[in-house]
Ligand binder design. Structure first.
Ligand SMILES: [Zn+2]
Length: 381
């Protein structure tokens, strides 16, 4: 049995109250490959909490059988700060109410600090460079300054994740089909993960903008690769993905068990866990560029009326929804149509039926890059 639970406490924000992060570890520390999986960094995204619960149960059983070859870290509640944020009896877990912004934005780019530390020691041996980078990453994260509780949460999670070979960040959208985000440098692995999980979209980004948690991990490696001489080979040492477990209300034991089983199969295929995963399931989609996904923002306030449902195919120029302002006179001008700028799959929409201007209301996943998405941040706030 290798299963242990570590429970670091975060810097307390007030007298007599502190948050704790529970870290489940399986396998031998330092064994490879190392997989890190966390749930609900956006603390109001609940499906991952239940997936993590089923995953931990399954991993504990596999551990008893001695089937863990590598190292696996599971953080079932990655954001205890956000989990406790309630305003007027509503749970709000996407943004830090203490002023720290979106919990899944502004994660550090560690590539410069790592490069500074390793540059004199790089060699022509990729394996040695790989180890140098992982050691430098741990060194850098250990020295990150902590000024407040959110800093401490970020540092705590990074201490367990940053040297991993695979990082899976479990999220969800408001109402959505299963989809995931990953880097263009890991298109093949992202496709494999998408097949395993039954993803309806695998969104591939060159650089998402906004610095999410997944990019903090894989990004170090491809950025270093771009910065150093070709004579000193840098492997792409970490595959990371943001896994969108459908919509916020898609929470059931059946779905969570299905997703946990798929994650186990993915880890068996990567030889982190012993056992035969069987053939890879047929894909439900092929990877598409993130800049091909149209995000329709609300241009005005209104009551939203959808004319398309999740999973529908949408043509460019088609009206997918309307915003209705019942106070407008005359009444025939009360409706503002929302029009798709791509041919694609109706992938996500917001849950609220009353929206404010600027709300990122709808995502339609198209195959071709869109001109209006080629500059600026590709992720919504
Ligand atoms: Zn999220």
């Amino acid at each position: 049995m290798t299963h242990t639970v570590e429970t670091p406490n975060l810097l307390s924000s007030s007298f007599g109250a502190s948050h704790q992060v529970n870290i489940h570890r399986f396998g031998t520390i330092g064994a490879r490959p190392k997989v890190y999986i966390q749930a609900a960094l956006h603390a109001d995204e609940y499906p991952g909490l239940l997936v993590a619960h089923h995953l931990i149960n399954r991993l504990a059983a596999l551990d008893e059988q001695g089937a863990i070859n590598g190292e696996i870290v599971v953080v079932p509640v990655a954001n205890p700060i956000g989990l406790g944020q309630r305003v007027n009896a509503q749970h709000l877990g996407r943004f830090d109410l203490a002023g720290g912004g979106n919990f899944n934005r502004n994660w550090p780019d560690l590539s410069e600090a790592v490069l500074k530390r390793i540059e004199p020691h790089l060699s022509e041996k990729a394996e040695m460079n790989d180890q140098l980078i992982r050691d430098a990453l741990i060194h850098k994260v250990t020295s990150l300054e902590v000024r407040n509780e959110l800093d401490d949460l970020r540092k705590t999670l990074l201490l367990y994740s940053i040297d991993s070979d695979v990082v899976l960040d479990l999220h969800c959208d408001f109402q959505a089909l299963f989809h995931l985000y990953s880097s263009i440098h890991h298109k093949a692995l992202a496709h494999e993960l998408g097949c395993e999980l039954g993803a309806h979209a695998v969104l591939i980004e060159t650089e998402a903008g906004g610095a999410p948690f997944d990019e903090c991990h894989a990004g170090v490696w491809w950025r270093l690769k771009q910065k150093v001489d070709v004579k000193t080979p840098i492997p792409l040492g970490c595959f990371s993905a943001t896994v969108e477990l459908r919509g916020q209300q898609d929470v059931s034991d059946e779905l969570a068990q299905q997703d946990a089983k798929a994650l186990i199969r993915f880890m068996q295929r990567r030889r982190v866990i012993a056992g035969d995963p069987g053939p890879t399931p047929e894909p439900l989609c092929h990877p598409t560029p993130l800049e091909g996904t149209d995000i329709i923002y609300a241009p005005t306030a209104g009551v939203v009326v959808y004319h398309k449902a999740l999973g529908d195919w949408v043509e460019k120029g088609e009206v997918v929804a309307e915003l209705v302002d019942p106070s407008v006179v005359p009444q025939d001008q009360a409706r503002t149509p929302l029009i798709s700028r791509t041919n694609g799959l109706f992938l996500t929409h917001m849950s609220e039926r009353l929206v404010a201007p600027g709300a990122a209301l709808i995502k339609i996943c198209g195959e071709l890059p869109l001109e209006h998405r080629e500059s600026g941040k590709l992720l919504e706030a």
